[in-house]
Write a protein that binds this ligand. Structure first.
Ligand SMILES: Nc1ncnc2c1ncn2[C@@H]1O[C@H](COP(=O)(O)OP(=O)(O)OP(=O)(O)O)[C@@H](O)[C@H]1O
Ligand SMILES: [Mg+2]
Length: 259
């Protein structure tokens, strides 16, 4: 990658409030191609809000969001600020595929249909082109034999792996994960952690919100600790987990990492 390639996603000084509640108070995050950035922090610190603002599911009031160097264009100001260009929103959103804690698979569709749905309906791709890709992705995440079953017939770990295959089927430039393992029992969690580690090893660009400090330590190039809507500390995982500088991060880690 050349030195002047812009980050896949860059967020500069982002501010977001819900009414009078300031949730993000000037947050900057940069994810270069092939890098994994993890967001950690207590409940309510603004991690999910940041991801939702990044892929334009939520409006923000101040600051910039750049996708591969292209700034989001806005109309209006402050509480009335909204993205100005719907085509740009669709382009960015389809390139930043999101994986949620609760999988969010369509209950009435088979797993294969779930994975094929967005490329066919949003991107307008030919189903005959999408289907082999979807099957290969389900194979890749270890559930190639589940193409024709419905989500309710699968374990949580299998459903989350299907959700990851669905995100990958959009061929996004980056994947955004919001607590992908939090709804899972420990042994099912490991199936999903393995898939995420494989994706990191392949050089996928990912931003991962997680409570799993071991996952963050293992896969991240950069870790960001959010506290009450601000970045309290950030750096390589060795530094954040090995030698946390701020008292708040030290407290957070001592409360979350098992002894
Ligand atoms: N739609 C909303 N309307 C009003 N307030 C909201 C909304 N979504 C989130 N908030 C508030 O914004 C703050 C940050 O929430 P957010 O979901 O981003 O936290 P989080 O860091 O992801 O927490 P958790 O670890 O529990 O998932 C919280 O105080 C929350 O109550
Ligand atoms: Mg959250």
């Amino acid at each position: 990658m050349s030195a002047n390639t812009p980050p896949v996603l860059e967020i500069r000084d982002l501010h977001k409030a819900y009414g009078s509640l300031e949730v993000l108070k000037g947050v900057s995050v940069s994810a270069n191609a092939g890098c994994v950035v993890s967001l950690i922090g207590s409940s309510g610190s603004g991690k999910s809000t940041l991801l939702r603002c990044a892929n334009l599911l939520e409006d923000s009031q101040q600051g910039e969001i750049l996708f591969s160097g292209e700034p989001v264009t806005w109309k209006g100001h402050a509480m009335n600020r909204h993205p100005a260009d719907h085509r740009q929103v669709t382009r960015i959103r389809t390139n930043l595929s999101m994986v949620f804690q609760q999988f969010n698979l369509w209950a009435h569709m088979t797993i294969l249909q779930n994975v094929m749905e967005a490329p066919v309906t949003v991107l307008g791709e030919d189903p005959s082109v999408v289907e082999p890709r979807a099957r290969a992705l389900l194979e890749k995440v270890g559930i190639g034999d589940k193409c024709d079953v419905f989500p309710a017939q699968m374990s949580g770990g299998q459903q989350q792996r299907a959700a990851i295959a669905r995100a990958l089927c959009m061929e996004p430039k980056a994947l955004l994960f919001d607590e992908p393992t939090s709804a899972l029992d420990p042994e099912l969690e490991q199936e999903v952690v393995k898939v995420i580690k494989d994706l990191a090893a392949e050089g996928r660009t990912m931003i991962i919100v997680t409570h799993d400090m071991r996952l963050a330590a293992d896969v991240s190039d950069h870790v960001i600790f959010l506290h009450q809507g601000k970045i309290e500390e950030e750096g390589p995982p060795e530094d954040l987990f090995g030698a946390p500088k701020t008292e708040r991060l030290q407290q957070f880690l001592s409360a979350t990492v098992p002894a």
